[in-house]
Structure formats: structure tokens, C-alpha cells
Design a protein around this ligand. Structure first.
Ligand code: GLC
Length: 425
């Protein structure tokens, strides 16, 4: 009895004695919990640890809702927690986190920033210092059912018409168009696309708030009318994020959907009812506006509180290397941040659109304001957009309130550097 217990104890200790597993520094990395993407990350981390047996990587599940993820990070970083070591940042957060002193400046690692799309690098530079490396780019797209429509709509009017015409209630296609309308960051990106489509902007080139312009009122009214007047978008969108809209479209209940590239790969699989029956197009525009694509995406940064920044950099460099990026595009359909990869024929086969076209779209995508108070401005806007969409306020009043709040926030915080990214429209 005794002997076998001792043998069992020895066995238990064996891995520790052999690999010294307990002594290895641990790098914590928050990641998506969504299917293929989560699996891909695990696979890449396995490869990394084979190359770097001295480092242990711990993947932490985090919410996919951008606003929730932001809150989680802010709590941890405010508490000066050394965990996580690596932060997966939304494209709009870097200036805020950098200005708060939460990110490690990356200049010391000598990354070649010229290898990435310029707007994605500019979003990660604050005060002339690089704070994060672009990981994948998101661009907003209009998904449409090729078996229900002959062509994607090119004008706003045609969008409503197509949404109406494409519905087939007898076949459970009861929704004309679905989008992210919950009160969170996603709503701002959807609004940005309608806004540009009607010829409006959030901030003018000189940084003044112009989100209460007549074009903006038109854009927001158009979104509201889809729900309450023309009955082409279901009221449910007012609580929906990316995944709820994807489920609705993937289950075959919607004619069109606004979403990011990640949905393309997931909806092409076996459990999708629309596999082989959908395509993507740019969002349409009204006369006076331009088809507008919101620029999104993820960046990797190192926490200023990390106790193993060199190891964290090794992992960050590995995850953003061409090989891993290409694999991410193939497996998860997410667009690389390195323009050179768009010349790779492998990309053409897996992306939602031809690689060359994807590159053009990324280069012309519309960025959200690059400022440390972005989250504050966005929250003000989210509240008012949502009030108008649920019918608690008229679009003009809601946008006027939003614009006043945003102007006040800019005054109070003294943040003047609200220049829009060069090259972005
Ligand atoms: C995606 C985009 C991100 C955006 C978010 C909104 O994650 O990459 O930039 O803020 O969606 O929901």
C-alpha cells in the first residue's frame, strides 16, 4: 500500500522533475472563445511553445463583445494587475491605454512597421511611440443571399427594396436585413457606415464634432425607419451583437446582414444553411454619400505591468508573423494586416472577396476618431443612437444631444488632438 502510494506520488512529480514546468515563466493572453478562432489560437500557441519550451502560455477566455472586453481590461489595468501580459486591443483603444500608461512602448523591439497597412499602424502610435502591433483587420461588409437577390443593392433606396423583395415568409426568410443594434461599440461602426453612405462624418478634418449634421440625421432616420417604418429590419436587432446577427443569417432567416469578415468562414461550413448561397458587397450609398466601410480589427500590446515583457514580445512577434497571419486568414477568414500577404494566391481562395479587392477596401476604410477619449465619445454616441432607434427620441434631437456631450467631453478633457488618420476618409 505504502509502496504503491509512493510510486503514485513519484509519478505525479515526474513531469515537474523532467520539464521543470513550474519554473517556467507564464505569459497570459486573453483570446476569443468563438469556435474556429479559439481553436486556431490554441494551435498556434502549441507551435510557439514547441519553439520556446522555456515559456508557458496561458490562454484566457474573454468576452467577444468589444465594450465588455474593454471594461474587463480597464478594471485589471487600473488595479495594476500583471495579468494579462498581452492585451488584444480593439483598433480604437490603443491611444486611451497608452495615454493611461498601461502599455509598454514597443520601440525597443525594433518592429518593422512598414510591413503593415498604414492606418493600422497609425492607430497604434501615440505620442510618436508605437504601442501595439496590428494582428488582423476588420472591414464592415454587406452579406447578401445570392438565391434571393439578383445583385447586391447599390443605393440606400435599393437596399430597402431588396430587403422587402427578398423576404420569403413561407420559407422562414422573415428578415430583410440584420445588423448590430445593441447599445455597444458595434452600433457605432454600423452607424459610421450609414453615416458615410449619406455623406456625413463624426468629426470633421479639423476635429470639430459634426455628428449632428443633416446627413447624420438622415442616416440615423434611415436606420430607425428600417425597423419602425418599412419593417425590413427586425426590432430584435436593437439587442443584437455580431454573433446574433450571424446566427439569424446563417439559419437562413435574413436576406442581408451587415457584419465583419469572420462570419464568412463560419457560414461556409457544414452547419450553415446558407453555405454556397451568399456573397459579400460593400455597403450602399445614397446620392451625396459614398459606400463606407468601417475600419476595425485587433492589435496585440504588452501590459506595462507584465513581469516578463521579453517573453511576451516573443509570443506577440510569433502571432503577428506572416505564417500565423496567413493561417488565421485561411482558418478564420480574418484579413491580414500585412499588405504583402495579399499577393499570396492562398488568400484568394479563402477570403470573402478577391485578395486584391480586399487590399483596396482596407486601404480606403473609414477609421473611427483616434483619441485617448474615444471610449468616452463613443459611449455618449451609443446612448443617443440607441435612444433614437428604440423610439425614445427623434434622430435630430438625439444627435444634437450626442454632439453637445461630445463637444463638452473634448473641452473638459482638453484633448485637442482629434485629427483623423491621414489617408482615412
Ligand atoms: C470588431 C472590430 C472592432 C469593433 C467591434 C465592434 O471586433 O474588429 O474594431 O470595434 O467589432 O463590435
Amino acid at each position: 500500500m505504502r509502496a504503491s502510494r509512493a510510486a503514485a506520488a513519484a509519478l505525479l512529480l515526474l513531469p515537474l522533475a523532467c520539464g521543470g514546468a513550474d519554473d517556467r515563466p507564464v505569459i497570459t493572453l486573453p483570446g476569443s472563445a468563438v469556435g474556429a478562432e479559439a481553436e486556431l489560437l490554441r494551435r498556434q500557441i502549441d507551435r510557439f511553445t514547441k519553439e520556446h519550451p522555456g515559456i508557458r502560455v496561458e490562454l484566457q477566455r474573454t468576452p467577444d463583445d468589444a465594450t465588455q472586453r474593454h471594461q474587463l481590461y480597464v478594471q485589471r489595468l487600473n488595479a495594476r494587475s500583471d495579468d494579462p501580459d498581452i492585451l488584444q486591443l480593439d483598433v480604437i483603444w490603443t491611444p486611451e491605454f497608452a495615454a493611461a500608461g498601461w502599455l509598454l512602448p514597443l520601440d525597443r523591439f525594433d518592429a518593422d512597421t512598414t510591413a503593415f497597412f498604414r492606418p493600422t499602424v497609425e492607430a497604434n502610435v501615440w505620442d510618436d511611440t508605437l504601442y501595439a502591433i496590428p494582428w488582423f483587420v476588420d472591414v464592415g461588409m454587406l452579406y447578401w443571399r445570392t438565391d434571393l437577390l439578383d445583385a447586391p443593392p447599390e443605393t440606400m433606396e435599393a437596399l430597402v427594396e431588396a430587403a422587402r423583395r427578398g423576404k420569403r415568409p413561407a420559407e422562414a426568410v422573415t428578415r430583410g436585413i440584420v445588423w448590430q443594434g445593441a447599445r455597444y461599440e458595434g452600433l457605432v461602426t454600423v452607424f459610421l457606415e450609414y453615416l458615410g453612405g449619406f455623406g456625413g462624418e463624426i468629426l470633421a478634418d479639423d476635429g470639430t464634432v459634426v455628428v449632428d449634421s443633416p446627413e447624420a440625421v438622415e442616416a440615423l432616420s434611415f436606420m430607425r425607419d428600417q425597423i419602425h417604418r418599412w419593417d425590413v429590419a427586425p426590432e430584435q436587432v436593437l439587442t443584437w451583437h455580431e454573433e446574433e446577427t450571424r446566427f439569424a443569417f446563417q439559419n437562413g432567416t435574413a436576406v442581408m446582414m451587415r457584419n465583419w469578415p469572420y462570419a464568412y468562414a463560419l457560414m461556409s461550413g457544414e452547419d450553415s444553411r446558407v453555405a454556397g448561397r451568399f456573397a459579400v458587397a460593400p455597403m450602399p450609398a445614397a446620392p451625396g454619400g459614398e459606400p463606407t466601410v468601417a475600419l476595425g480589427g485587433s492589435q496585440l500590446a504588452i501590459s506595462a505591468h507584465s513581469d516578463a515583457p521579453e517573453h511576451a514580445w516573443a509570443l506577440l512577434e510569433f502571432l503577428t508573423a506572416p505564417e500565423q497571419m496567413l493561417e488565421r486568414a485561411v482558418v478564420a477568414g480574418q484579413f491580414p494586416t500585412r499588405p504583402a500577404l495579399f499577393d499570396d494566391p492562398a488568400l484568394d481562395e479563402v477570403l470573402a472577396i478577391p485578395a486584391e479587392r480586399a487590399r483596396e477596401i482596407i486601404e480606403r476604410a473609414t477609421a473611427r476618431p483616434v483619441t485617448p477619449i474615444y471610449t468616452q465619445l463613443s459611449e455618449i454616441l451609443q446612448i443617443q443612437l440607441h435612444r433614437a432607434l428604440v423610439g425614445q427620441a427623434e434622430p435630430a434631437d438625439a444627435l444634437e444631444t450626442a454632439a453637445e456631450g461630445m463637444r463638452r467631453a473634448i473641452e473638459e478633457t482638453g484633448v485637442r488632438d482629434l485629427r483623423r488618420r491621414e489617408g482615412a476618409r
